[in-house]
Design a protein around this ligand. Structure first.
Ligand code: SF4
Ligand code: SF4
Length: 129
């Protein structure tokens, strides 16, 4: 959680990202997603430091509060060796063409430009329902 934002039932990053220290494949749910309810991570209390430290742009307070990745279908984060690039994942087909999705991408692009960075948009469709 950052500020008043909480991941809640979102766990998009547990599927869309490859976490080096856990058995996961890009685009497939982490094999530790064995729980149910708000936190599906079966090892949440002992999850690796990469998972504990990961903060997507939404969690960092960027973009409208209603655009949590599981709701907007878009999840962005810093990437690159020095966190020098923003990657925006389109999680659901068409998520970038809705009014909400376009607004999220525009916010992200504005923020990225203001930081003097570049943004890469990837179509990384996953099951996030
Ligand atoms: S994608 Fe963002 S909001 Fe969703 S679980 Fe990961 S860090 Fe939290
Ligand atoms: S270990 Fe837990 S927090 Fe980390 S990617 Fe897997 S399910 Fe998500």
């Amino acid at each position: 959680m950052r500020g008043n934002r909480k991941c809640g039932t979102c766990d998009a990053c547990c599927t869309v990202l490859e976490i080096p220290s856990v058995p996961s494949e890009i685009g497939k749910p982490c094999t530790h997603m064995t729980g149910s309810g708000t936190k599906r991570c079966g090892i949440y209390a002992q999850r690796p430091s990469e998972c504990q430290g990961f903060v997507c742009h939404w969690l960092a307070g960027i973009g409208p509060s209603s655009s949590r990745p599981d709701r907007s279908g878009i999840m962005a984060h810093l990437a690159g060796e020095f966190g020098e690039i923003v990657v925006a994942h389109i999680l659901r087909e068409g998520a970038d063409t809705t009014q909400k999705g376009r607004a999220v991408l525009e916010d992200l692009m504005r923020d990225t430009r203001a930081a003097g960075m570049q943004m890469l948009i990837r179509r990384s469709y996953i099951q996030i329902d």
